[in-house]
Design a protein around this ligand. Structure first.
Ligand SMILES: Nc1nc2c(ncn2[C@@H]2O[C@H](COP(=O)(O)OP(=O)(O)OP(=O)(O)O)[C@@H](O)[C@H]2O)c(=O)[nH]1
Ligand SMILES: [Mg+2]
Length: 227
């Protein structure tokens, strides 16, 4: 029998190490009562636009903050900072995903007890982020109408790693002849029962439903902690 290639061993160890850090992050999030939401999608699906809108709408009533990952530039952090929420950019250099240790290090100067919601925008990529737990409570996978309806079928792993799918840029649906029914069926084929939201960060359509969903989850988390 041939020995397992060394590369696979190294990757396994990195993933295991990530899980240890993610578990410790999750414990800290639980202790602080902060609800943590991460966003994954291909580049340009609208993560930052959606997050900026979310931060802006939540901020009057909730304590919110965001981390955002990209290979390079502070551009997304600057856009998110327009919401007036505390924001930090994580630049990954050549890595196509965020790791739990990067989140841990970015949070060093923040007091989690002062937050209700923490959002983490992952690097735009439909493959790499799926294997890395960041200690989040909820992982959203976004697909924009301009990407076509087949992404769940082509990239099932990221849909398996997420809790809720969000179809974005619905204001452009007619222009690109996007079929909601086909997209919905494709998501359900890959991940039966997955909740699917549809919205537009541009027009605000669907944002109210999303925010109600988030707030309900925060209340649930706090009630569970109180028991
Ligand atoms: N029409 C329309 N355009 C949108 C919407 N959301 C985002 N966009 C546009 O889509 C482009 C990409 O949006 P971003 O928010 O930067 O996407 P992203 O997923 O954060 O991109 P990366 O961080 O590079 O992966 C920008 O030009 C946005 O203005 C939307 O709801 N409607
Ligand atoms: Mg972005």
């Amino acid at each position: 029998m041939r020995p397992e290639p060394r590369l696979i061993e190294v990757r396994r160890n990195v993933l295991k190490q990530n899980d240890v850090v993610a578990r410790s992050l999750r414990d800290r999030f639980r202790a602080a009562g902060v609800f943590v939401v991460s966003l994954v999608s291909s580049p340009g699906s609208g993560k930052t636009a959606f997050l900026e809108k979310t931060l802006t709408l939540l901020r009057p009533s909730y304590r919110v903050a965001a981390l955002v990952g990209d290979l390079a530039t502070e551009n997304d952090a600057l856009r998110l900072a327009r919401s007036q929420a505390p924001v930090k950019q994580i630049t990954t250099g050549t890595l196509c995903h965020l790791e739990a240790a990067m989140v841990e290090s970015a949070l060093q100067e923040w007091d989690l007890n002062q937050l209700d919601f923490l959002f983490i925008e992952n690097v735009g990529n439909l493959v790499c982020p799926s294997s890395y737990d960041l200690g989040e409570d909820l992982r959203l996978v976004l697909i924009s109408v301009t990407e076509g309806e087949d992404k769940p079928l082509k990239y099932p792993t990221i849909f398996h790693s997420a809790d809720v799918a969000v179809v974005t840029k619905v204001d452009l649906a007619a222009a690109v002849e996007f079929s909601w029914e086909t997209a919905y069926n494709n998501i359900q084929a890959v991940r039966p029962g997955m909740p699917v939201l549809r919205l537009s960060a541009k027009t605000g359509d669907g944002m109210e439903e999303f925010l109600s969903f988030l707030v309900a989850r925060l209340i649930e988390l706090r009630e569970a902690a109180a028991v």
